[in-house]
Design a protein around this ligand. Structure first.
Ligand SMILES: [Zn+2]
Length: 551
C-alpha cells in the first residue's frame, strides 16, 4: 500500500486535521470501500478466467458456454451490488467504545505486576532462567544473542511466555534475522531526536567478512493469539523493543524506562489476553535491534509482506513512565496516515472510557519516527508510538507546551526509581486496552473456572472436577511443596478426572486444573488448589509388631 493512499493526506490538505474529524473518517471509509470493490472485482475476474475451458472444449460445447457466460455476468453483477454494502459496514473505522471485557482485563493489570516486570527486565531482581537465578544487567542486542550470562533476557522472556501456555512453535515463535552487526565502537544508536515519518532506519546489510559478531542470528519474539471471529484474518499488533543501550552497553544497560516499560505492557497483555476470545488475531512482538536502527522491526516487515495488508493497526510502546512533574502527560506519535489516526483515536477513547487519567500531546505533523512503528509506516501500515513527554509541543495540546524528558535516557542510570508509577500503570493500561479494543473482544473463553477435589486412594490420588462448557482439554498441574509453590503440568486430559499414580506415600500433593481449547490460545483461570496425601496403610502398623511378637 502507498504511504498516502489516493494522495488524500498530502500536507496541503492536512489543515484542520483532528482525530474526531468526521470528514477524514468518511474519506477513510470511502477509500476502504473502494478498495474492497476493486478487490472483489479482480477476484471475480480471476475466478472466471480460471474457469475457462481449453479452446477445444469450448468449440465442443458452444451453446452451454454462452449460457454460462450470461449466468456468470449476472452472478458477478449480483455479487458486486449485494456484497459491497455489507463490506462497507464491516469496514467502519474501529471505535473503541466501552466494553466490559476490556474493563475486566484492565482491572487485572496491577501496579505490582507492572513494577515487577520492569524490575525483572532491568536487572533489579534475580529472575529464574533455566535452573539458575540471574540478573538481567544488559539487553544490548549483541549481548542478548552471544550467551552473555548477564544478558539472558531472551530465554527468560521465552520461559515466562511458555508458562502462560503459549505453545512453542505455534503460538510462540522466533523471527530470526541477520543483523550483520559491525562493532566500530562509535555505532550510531537510535535517537529519538530524529523526527518524521520518513525516518530511514540504518543499514543492517553491511557485511565484513570474518567478523565474529556477524555469525550470530538475532531474533524477535512473536506471540500469536488467533482470532475467534469472522475477522480472524485481520491482525492487531502490539509491539515494543526489548533491547537496551548505554555507554556501557555490553555490561550495564538497565533500560528501565527504555524500554522495560513497553516490555511490561506486552507481558501484561500476554498474561491476560489468553483468558479471552477476540474476533481479530492479536500479535504481540518483542523486537530486538531497535537501538541499532530499528533492525528487528525492519526485518520483520521485510519478511512478512503478505501480513502487512491484514494489519488493522500497530500500538508500539517505547519509553514511558518518566514523569518528573507528575502531570500524567505522555505523547502519542500518530503521524498523518488515516489508518494511524484510527489507532491513535482508539488510544484516546480507551483513556477516556476507563478513566485512566492520562493527558497527551497528539502529534500528527512532526511525529517522531525513531522507533519500531516507523518500520510499519514505511509499509503503509497504521501505527502509533506511545512515548513519555519527550518534547515541548503546542500549548493547546494536552501537555500544555511542557517538556519532561528523562535525563537518564540511554544512560546506566535509566532505572525504575526514576519512574512515576501512576503514569507508568495508566500508560500500560491504555496500551493493553487499545489492543484489546481494536481486536474486538468476544468474552471470556469459559464462563466458569474448574473447581476441583483431590481424594486419596490405596496407591493413587484421584482429582475430580465438573465439566466446563466449551473445554476441549484440561491441563492438570501439581506441586509437591504447597499451594503457593511452583506447579508443573503433569497431564492433559479430555475427561473431568485425573488419576495420579506417580506418588510416594506420606507425601502431600497439591493440584490445580485449567480448562483449555485446543487449536487456540484460550484458557480458564486456574482452579482452586486441592491437596491430598496417601497414608501408609494401618495394616502395616499392626502387622509388624505381630510378627515380632510371634517370634
Ligand atoms: Zn526505546
Amino acid at each position: 500500500m502507498p504511504l498516502n493512499p489516493n494522495g488524500i493526506c498530502s500536507p496541503t490538505t492536512l489543515e484542520g486535521w483532528h482525530p474526531s474529524n468526521a470528514f477524514w473518517r468518511s474519506r477513510k471509509k470511502q477509500w476502504k470501500a473502494g478498495l474492497k470493490v476493486r478487490q472483489l472485482f479482480s477476484s471475480q475476474l480471476s475466478t472466471r478466467t480460471a474457469d475457462y475451458k481449453p479452446a477445444r472444449q469450448i468449440k465442443q460445447s458452444k451453446e452451454p458456454m454462452k449460457k454460462s457466460r450470461i449466468v456468470l455476468v449476472f452472478v458477478l453483477f449480483v455479487l458486486i451490488f449485494s456484497t459491497v454494502p455489507q463490506e462497507v459496514t464491516a469496514q467502519t473505522p474501529p471505535t473503541c467504545g466501552y466494553d466490559s471485557n476490556v474493563e475486566s482485563i484492565l482491572a487485572e493489570v496491577t501496579q505490582e505486576d507492572v513494577v515487577q516486570w520492569i524490575r525483572n527486565f532491568s536487572g533489579e531482581d534475580f529472575v529464574p532462567i533455566g535452573v539458575s537465578q540471574k540478573k538481567i544487567l544488559t539487553r544490548f542486542s549483541t549481548q542478548l544473542f552471544n550467551l552473555n550470562v548477564n544478558a539472558l533476557a531472551y530465554p527468560y522472556l521465552g520461559e515466562q511466555l511458555r508458562s502462560f501456555g503459549f505453545e512453542e512453535g505455534t503460538y510462540l515463535t522466533d523471527h530470526a534475522y541477520t543483523p550483520n552487526y559491525v562493532p566500530t565502537g562509535t555505532e550510531n544508536m537510535i535517537d529519538l531526536h530524529n523526527v518524521g515519518e520518513d525516518y530511514v532506519s540504518s543499514d543492517r546489510n553491511t557485511k565484513v567478512v570474518g567478523n565474529p559478531d556477524q555469525t550470530t542470528t538475532w531474533k524477535n519474539k512473536v506471540v500469536t493469539i488467533p482470532g475467534h471471529g469472522p475477522n480472524a484474518d485481520e491482525i492487531v499488533l502490539m509491539t515494543a523493543h526489548m533491547d537496551s543501550t548505554s555507554p556501557q552497553r555490553n555490561t550495564n544497560a538497565p533500560g528501565a524506562e527504555d524500554n522495560a516499560s513497553g516490555v511490561a505492557a506486552l507481558m501484561e497483555a500476554a498474561r491476560l489476553f489468553r483468558f479471552y476470545k477476540f474476533d481479530r488475531t492479536i500479535k504481540i512482538i518483542f523486537f530486538t535491534g531497535e537501538e541499532q536502527g530499528l533492525w528487528g522491526s525492519e526485518a520483520y516487515v521485510e519478511d512478512h509482506p503478505a501480513e502487512m495488508d491484514n494489519i488493522i493497526g500497530v500500538v508500539n510502546l517505547d519509553m514511558f513512565g518518566y514523569d518528573n512533574d507528575q502531570d500524567m502527560c505522555i505523547e502519542l506519535h500518530v503521524g498523518t496516515m488515516p489508518d494511524s489516526n484510527q489507532v491513535g483515536t482508539c488510544f484516546t477513547e480507551v483513556n477516556t472510557n476507563y478513566n485512566l487519567g492520562l493527558a497527551y500531546d497528539y502529534v500528527t505533523n512532526g511525529a517522531i519516527g525513531a522507533s519500531d512503528h516507523a518500520s510499519f509506516w514505511d509499509a503503509g501500515v497504521g501505527a502509533i508510538e506511545v512515548l513519555e513527554n519527550f518534547q515541548a509541543h503546542d500549548e493547546s495540546f494536552g501537555c500544555n507546551g511542557t517538556q519532561d524528558r528523562n535525563p537518564h535516557y540511554h544512560q546506566i542510570t535509566d532505572t525504575i526509581d526514576k519512574m512515576y508509577m501512576p503514569a507508568t500503570l495508566a500508560t500500560v493500561k491504555a496500551g493493553v486496552g487499545s489492543v484489546a479494543s481494536l481486536a474486538l473482544p468476544m468474552g471470556k473463553c469459559f464462563a466458569t473456572d474448574p473447581q476441583i477435589t483431590a481424594t486419596p486412594q490405596t496407591e493413587s490420588i484421584i482429582v475430580n472436577w465438573a465439566e466446563i462448557e466449551g473445554a476441549d482439554v484440561y491441563n492438570v498441574y501439581r506441586s509437591t511443596t504447597s499451594c503457593a509453590g511452583s506447579f508443573t503440568q503433569v497431564a492433559q486430559v479430555s475427561t473431568n478426572s485425573y488419576k495420579d499414580v506417580d506418588i510416594d506415600l506420606e507425601n502431600d500433593y497439591f493440584y490445580k486444573v485449567q480448562a483449555a481449547e485446543t487449536g487456540a490460545v484460550c484458557y480458564s483461570q486456574m482452579s482452586n488448589c486441592a491437596v491430598a496425601r496417601v497414608e501408609v496403610p494401618i495394616f502395616f502398623d499392626i502387622f509388624i509388631p505381630l510378627v515380632i511378637a510371634g517370634e
